[in-house]
Design a protein around this ligand. Structure first.
Ligand SMILES: NC(=O)c1ccc[n+]([C@@H]2O[C@H](COP(=O)([O-])OP(=O)(O)OC[C@H]3O[C@@H](n4cnc5c(N)ncnc54)[C@H](O)[C@@H]3O)[C@@H](O)[C@H]2O)c1
Length: 281
């Protein structure tokens, strides 16, 4: 008997750019657990990143798709069904990008064309992926669709900028479409709210290293890393979580329910000691 968690399951994984990407770890772990996968990313990311190398390693294929482009998503869904000779069981949306963050625009001085791009790439693309999957009838009953989010959807984090607005919408789409797809085909839709993680997207956030350290000190279990996130994603693709839907699930070592920890407070107090020792700095 094969006891692998995702044995017999098939899925599409968006967003594996390089070995630091959360989606990269999910792809590796999903295959280890017996899943068959198709990898996808934008044509540009396929040229600049290492997605093709991952596909080779995992003995699978890559189908290019910009997740903001309906025609490309439609092509992806059709080609995926062709590749597997049938429907799939899970989709991972692991996509985020803000031109305002990239160009260092402050939240009080946003470029609105950039904002539209942030929202389209980081949130509306999730709707587009689900809508295209549904129209092509790609998902098996009791399938699972998952996106990655961040606690800035609920709380304010200096530096996260317009990505916070995008994440709020992303989580809302999981609820709104989760109702429709759940009633219709028992497909569940969730988001995982992950700790800060040193990836290409993560490190683009202003003050990322401080954020990483602060949230690690604040979390009783410490930050969750990308490998741990991958493991959590797999549980949501598995049959062990069939009745979990329309949820935003925190995977953050407890951070989201903390106010102040001793470890963070001790570090904070050091700044007062420094002030006393260096009154003229
Ligand atoms: N790194 C963190 O600290 C952190 C924390 C919480 C949530 N997340 C979320 O995790 C997800 C994955 O990010 P990551 O940290 O692994 O970084 P990453 O940079 O490795 O992955 C981001 C991916 O998005 C892809 N992408 C960008 N625009 C796209 C488009 N138009 N169509 C399709 N793909 C596109 C990129 O090519 C890349 O593969 C994102 O949603 C991110 O917001 C990250």
């Amino acid at each position: 008997m094969n006891c692998k968690l995702l044995s017999g399951k098939k899925g599409v994984i968006f967003g594996a750019l390089n070995e630091n990407s959360i989606a990269w770890k999910v792809a590796e772990r999903a295959v280890e657990e017996g899943a068959e996968i198709v990898l996808t990313n934008t044509a540009m990311a396929l040229r600049m990143g290492d997605t093709n190398a991952l596909a080779e390693k995992l003995n699978t294929i890559v189908i290019a798709a910009d997740a903001t482009n309906i025609d490309e998503l439609d092509h992806l869904m059709k080609k995926t069904m062709e590749h597997f000779g049938g429907k799939i069981d899970f989709i991972l949306h692991s996509i985020g990008m803000s031109p305002n963050v990239r160009k260092g625009r402050h939240y009080s001085d946003l470029d609105y064309d950039y904002l539209a791009k942030t929202i389209d790439i980081s949130a509306v693309s999730f709707h587009k992926v689900i809508q295209t999957a549904r129209k092509n009838d790609v998902m098996n009953q009791w399938g699972s669709i998952l996106a990655l989010s961040y606690v800035a959807a609920q709380r304010t984090f200096y530096g996260y900028n317009d990505m916070a607005d995008a994440k709020s919408l992303l989580e809302s789409i999981a609820r709104s479409f989760g109702y429709i797809y759940g009633r219709e085909k028992q497909v569940r839709i969730n988001t995982i709210s992950q700790s800060p993680t040193p990836t290409t997207a993560g490190q683009g956030v202003k003050g990322f290293d401080n954020l990483l350290d602060f949230s690690d000190r604040m979390s009783p279990l410490g930050n969750a890393d990308a490998d741990e996130c991958a493991n959590y994603c797999l549980t949501l693709f598995s049959d062990l979580t069939k009745k979990v839907t329309m949820q935003n699930l925190f995977h953050d070592g407890g951070f989201s329910n903390m106010g102040m920890s001793l470890r963070a407070s001790e570090q904070y107090n050091k700044s007062f000691e420094y002030d006393k020792e260096h009154p003229f700095d």
